[in-house]
Ligand binder design. Structure first.
Ligand SMILES: [Zn+2]
Length: 142
């Protein structure tokens, strides 16, 4: 997952709890991670202390960083900066082949060209030295 370093963080203070923090710290190293249970194989996101299927402690796994749009909305008005300056923007639910659904912004796209089933890939923008925020963009054709 590519990390963009040259966008100053302006989306407010980020102080995630110890479990969520691992997700943002991994993103700062270019890895999109989710939890998988070593006992029953269940994958889950957002991260939890225990497997939501069998109650055992889950492990973190790295995903491919690729997904498909499950559903989305285009935000055309927002009352709070910096988000009002970012409109129109896309908020989407992304299905990963690893079996979880994540919420995130799809960027670097004409908002009128986003569609259900679209292939997207994760990238990240830096929050601070230790954390980054994963975002999504249409899969680069290779
Ligand atoms: Zn389990």
């Amino acid at each position: 997952m590519e990390i963009i370093d040259d966008q100053p963080w302006n989306r407010g203070p980020m102080d995630p709890g110890p479990i969520d923090r691992k997700y943002f710290e991994a993103a700062a190293k270019g890895r999109l991670i989710i939890q998988k249970c070593p006992d029953c194989g269940h994958t889950q996101f957002p991260p939890k202390t225990l497997c939501t299927s069998c109650g055992q402690p889950p492990e973190w796994i790295e995903t491919s960083g690729k997904g498909q749009v499950y559903t989305f909305t285009v935000v055309r008005r927002h009352g709070v900066e910096p988000f009002s300056s970012l409109t129109p923007f896309v908020l989407a639910m992304i299905d990963l082949p690893e079996g979880v659904r994540l919420m995130g912004n799809i960027t670097e796209v004409d908002v009128d060209n986003v569609h259900v089933g679209q292939n997207v890939e994760a990238y990240a923008i830096r929050i601070d030295e230790s954390m980054a925020l994963p975002l999504w963009r249409p899969t680069q054709s290779t």
